[in-house]
Design a protein around this ligand. Structure first.
Ligand code: HEM
Length: 502
């Protein structure tokens, strides 16, 4: 029964596709070669998430090699555009704020959280949530971030001189603990079982989202709701929502019991520790801005958007630093200049002095942009440099391609942190760096993420690199698209004792 419905839907879709393509606007961008009759480029979606990523890269390079032109790709009944030019990407991201229908696949998880919200909800909620990421709130997180970074260093020490190991496993749990603390003020650091369950459920959910995108017959909710994939997804959602619901209930009761609610006194000198959930509760209870479901959806969004991204960037950065000994040496020297032999916390002042470390981080994010694309629904015609994109189409904005654009210079394919130290070696067009997205719907957690990454790296590298040398080889790594750009294998590093402190 389900298959019959699926087949009918696929045939209907193909019919619409053929009809639409016959009516193609002559000014539209050139199509990607290889479209098959009726199904277009659907066959390119076949294969595992690693093959999918290789296909995406090939299409990016086709566009870049043709001078950053936009390419039309036919996926089922949809005509989609692939954009890799930084200027064109910015025009589209700022003109069309509506995310594509694929984001609805994430709604059972994130509901009206910022990533999946429709434009009207997003506009209101983003304005309400922006203050949660202002500098004074972030300053209140300094102690937690330092403490968590020390915990990571301690955990990593068991791997010293033991040969290659998967550093991502350590980083992911550590960053999840940090995110739970700053988003919900919940300390899960001694409950690794719960963390592991959550991490695996989140990982599986990403896999299922990609699987659904690869199976056009599951695009329809009617068909999907009968599928085995939906059942597996529901099991994960139970674990994921249980975490946020349990914490919400607990903290809401605490809030209501304390009518004279005061901000939680933190330990950071001069700054208050104020978790994200408290701001949501205040907005909900004092101003009626959110109901319980919306609070839960924002918390779920921040937990995932905050932990998996930051952990993946840290993992790539450590691997890259391990792959380039000269980069490692320069970080070592900079950390020595700032900290000397002192074993102390990283302060706000230190952060501004760690210029080379910041360059390494940015270059890592340019090289491996973990959010390699975003998808927008064109709710109006969009005039870009060489053509007009038609209203009603879907537009893929490829940040991976933007980071490989010729604007970066002839050494675009090289990992070169030095390019960030001299404005002359950077693209004139600032939007060419899109690791945090582009335009109005770009990352709300950007400043938090940079601060957290710098503290963790400075702590980890100051302590680990002072005595140990990290090595790895990122060229042995294959990557895959699990919504985020993730490694498949070969992302192992080794930590060894330095000889004579060299
Ligand atoms: C290095 C770490 C991070 C990276 C590379 C990153 C990257 C991104 C990117 C590329 C987007 C745009 C997604 C799109 O257009 O579809 C985005 C959006 C977003 N990020 Fe981040 N992010 C990071 C950390 C964080 C953190 C720490 C948080 C929160 C605690 C966060 C919360 C969000 C949210 C809520 C959005 C949606 C924004 C909106 O639509 O208004 N991110 N991020």
């Amino acid at each position: 029964m389900m298959w019959a419905v699926a087949l009918i839907l696929v045939f209907l879709s193909c019919g619409i596709l053929a009809w639409r393509r016959r009516n193609r606007n002559k000014d539209e961008p050139p199509p990607l070669p290889g479209a098959l009759p009726l199904i277009g480029h659907i066959h390119l979606l076949l294969g595992n998430s690693s093959q999918l990523w290789n296909t995406a890269k090939k299409v990016c390079y086709s566009s870049l090699n043709a001078g950053g032109v936009i390419i039309s790709v036919y996926i089922g009944p949809r005509t989609t555009y692939f954009v890799t030019d930084p200027e064109d990407c910015l025009t589209v991201t700022n003109t069309c704020l509506e995310k594509d229908g694929f984001y609805n696949f994430g709604k059972p998880w994130f509901g009206d959280g910022l990533i999946t919200a429709d434009v009207q909800t997003w506009k209101v909620h983003r304005k309400l949530l922006n203050p949660a990421f202002n500098q004074s709130i972030l300053d209140g997180f300094m102690d937690v971030l330092n403490e968590q970074a020390r915990r990571l260093v301690k955990n990593l020490e068991v791997e010293v001189d033991k040969g290659p190991f998967d550093h991502f496993a350590y980083i992911l749990l550590n960053v999840l603990e940090t995110t739970c603390l700053t988003v919900m003020k919940v300390d899960f650091s001694d409950e690794s079982l719960l963390n592991c369950e959550y991490v695996h459920a989140a990982e599986d959910m990403f896999k299922y989202l990609i699987e659904r995108i690869q199976k056009p017959w599951l695009y329809s909710d009617v068909v999907f709701n009968w599928s085995f994939l939906k059942r597996k997804q529901d099991e994960c959602l139970k674990i994921l929502h249980n975490m946020s619901n349990t914490v919400l209930k607990k903290r809401k009761t605490e809030y209501l019991n304390n009518k004279q609610y005061k901000e939680i006194e933190g330990t950071t000198k001069g700054a208050k520790f104020r978790p994200f959930m408290d701001l949501l509760l205040e907005l909900a209870i004092e101003k009626g801005a959110f109901n319980d479901r919306q609070i839960r959806e924002h918390v779920d969004t921040m937990l995932v958007a905050g932990h998996d991204t930051t952990a993946t960037v840290l993992m790539y950065t450590m691997l890259l630093v391990g792959s380039y000994p000269e980069v490692q040496q320069k970080i070592f020297e900079e950390l020595h200049d700032v900290f000397g032999d002192e074993d102390r916390d990283v302060t706000k002042q230190d952060l501004s002095q760690l210029v080379y470390l910041e360059a390494v981080l940015k270059e890592s994010m340019r090289f491996y942009p973990i959010g390699p694309f975003t998808i927008r629904n064109l709710d109006q015609d969009v005039k870009i440099r060489n053509c007009t994109l038609s209203k009603g189409r879907t537009c893929y904005l490829w940040f991976y391609g933007v980071h490989r654009h010729s604007m970066w210079g002839p050494d675009v394919e090289a990992f070169k942190p030095e390019r960030w130290l001299d404005p002359k070696t950077l693209p004139k067009y600032l939007s060419a760096f899109a690791a945090f997205g582009m335009g109005k719907r770009s990352c709300i957690g950007k400043t938090y993420a940079m601060m957290s990454l710098k503290i963790t790296l400075a702590q980890a590298l100051a302590h680990v690199f002072r005595r140990y040398r990290v090595s790895g080889n990122h060229l042995l790594m294959t990557t895959k698209m699990d919504v985020l750009l993730k490694p498949v294998s070969g992302h192992h590093v080794t930590i060894e004792m330095r000889q004579n402190n060299q």
